[in-house]
Design a protein around this ligand. Structure first.
Ligand code: PLP
Length: 455
């Protein structure tokens, strides 16, 4: 077996890691962790650490690590039929069965599911379908997509443009021209507005109305949003937000894409975030929780009114020119079937609601009064702890101090993984949906002790 030092050397010399400080990594100044195994909510690394994964990888290992049922389903599928494509009416028993299972769980009004590989490509699919739809309807000028600042929708050309975080734009010549951004529904970060949460909802809605008026509704095709802002800070929307936004979109004939890559398949305590907030999406983007990341797979779920137009389009123009080699990959589909069965059998959607709410409420009780904790918020199995320099004035730390990252490092010493969210001093938590109350309490106590140590 290779020594740890040799592996670390190969890693620094060969491996281009995503979302990593490349210079620091190559010089050996950045963190390096070689993960070797996982069981339940824990992972192990080559240095002998056992860590409670409070972020489920990247909010994706929803059923937990080491599930034999999924491993066996993948192995069986690989032996029986490792691959066949899904073009021109082809499929496998696994891909068809998973399609049926997804549609059985999808919110009302959805018609079909298209399978890709990850959240970014599912959003690319959805944007292409929106453009196709408007071209078929004879309104080629209706193409702009509204996204929100702090939204995260991937890091491709289009999806990186939709993402409303500067890190994903700068030096990449993004965003592309068809994308416009509107206000993030993030009340805590707008102390300057000095208004109630209800007024803030009205303010967000007015910002959207103003943007539509400036650009012209006949140039705007769709609005994309995560039911709960994820990577932008784990921010549940202010009360009444989605209901009010939906009314504006309906009035201007703008489609809604609900990006449920994080919230899909149970994380909020409902099968989809759209159910949770009463959203009526035309398209749903999902990935992570579909297979709990045992294999890469995404699902773009298409609503009936779009589907009817897509059918009309191919009747007029022939085959739809969209597809990946690995669309509906049988191994991904087999993982998805076993994963969705486990979610049902173990009651994980219910657990995400019950244990998740216990988790973030206990977190609030444990650290909410600390002078450097501005807000603890959550919904289902999502939680954020917002660190501040001065609580009364809602004054934030200077980003260069990296307070969030320091608390996360202190938590690692206590055997718990949290995530320093990419913008702002926010500790993010998105544990596997199978988290128990005892494990939730372990995360809370590590957070409390680490905040006390660092701040
Ligand atoms: N959309 C949301 C809401 C996400 O959180 C992510 C990834 O975290 C994506 C899209 C992109 O998914 P992927 O990284 O699988 O391309």
């Amino acid at each position: 077996m290779l020594t740890n030092d040799k592996l670390a050397e190969w890693d620094r010399e060969s491996f281009f890691h995503p979302s990593t400080h490349l210079g620091q990594f190559a010089r050996g100044e950045a963190a390096q962790r070689i993960v070797t195994g996982g069981e339940g909510v824990f992972i192990q690394d080559r240095d002998g650490n056992k860590l409670l994964d409070g972020f489920a990888g990247l909010y994706c290992v929803n059923v937990g690590y080491g599930r034999k049922e999924i491993a066996e389903a993948i192995a069986d599928q690989a032996r029986e039929l490792s691959y066949y494509h899904a073009y021109a009416g082809h499929g496998s028993e696994a891909s068809i069965t998973l399609a049926k299972m997804v549609m059985d769980r999808a919110p009302k009004g959805m018609a079909r599911v298209y399978f890709g590989l990850g959240g970014s490509d599912a959003n690319e699919t959805n944007i292409k379908l929106v453009w196709y739809y408007n071209n078929i309807l004879g309104r080629p000028e209706k193409k702009k997509i509204i996204s929100r600042w702090r939204g995260y929708h991937g890091s491709g050309l289009m999806t990186g443009s939709l993402t409303g975080l500067e890190l994903f734009h700068k030096k990449f010549d993004l965003p592309l021209a068809q994308v416009i951004h509107t206000e993030a529904p993030y009340y805590y970060r707008r102390p300057d507005l000095n208004m109630s949460e209800a007024d803030f909802t009205a303010h967000c809605v007015q910002s959207l109305e103003d943007l539509i008026a400036r650009e012209g509704a006949d140039t705007i095709a769709a609005f994309i949003g995560e039911p709960v802002l994820g990577t932008g800070g784990i921010v549940p929307p202010p009360a009444g937000y989605w209901e009010a936004i939906q009314k504006v979109l309906d009035r201007h004939d703008i489609l809604l894409i609900s990006d449920e890559v994080v919230t899909g398949f149970g994380r909020l305590g409902t099968m989809f975030g759209s159910d949770h907030y009463g959203m009526k999406p035309d398209l749903i983007t999902s990935a992570k929780g579909l297979t709990s990341a045992y294999a890469p797979l995404s699902a773009s779920i298409v609503g009936q009114r779009m589907w009817d137009v897509l059918v009309q389009g191919t009747d007029e123009n022939g085959v739809i020119g969209h597809g990946w080699t690995y669309s509906a990959h049988p191994i991904g589909a087999a993982a998805g079937i076993a994963n969705l069965k486990l979610i049902d059998e173990l009651g994980l959607v219910k657990n995400a609601g019950e244990t998740g709410n216990h988790f973030w409420q206990t977190m609030r009780e444990a650290v909410g009064d600390h002078p450097n904790v501005g807000e603890v918020r959550g919904e289902g199995m999502l939680c954020a702890v917002e660190l501040v320099a001065e609580k009364d004035k809602r004054q934030f730390f200077d980003a260069s101090e990296g307070k969030g990252a320091k608390v996360v490092a202190a938590m690692l010493k206590r055997g718990v993984i949290a995530r320093a969210m990419p913008q702002g001093d926010i500790l993010g938590f998105a544990p596997p949906l199978c988290l128990t109350r005892a494990e939730a309490d372990q995360i809370v106590s590590a957070t409390k002790d680490s905040i006390a140590e660092v701040l």
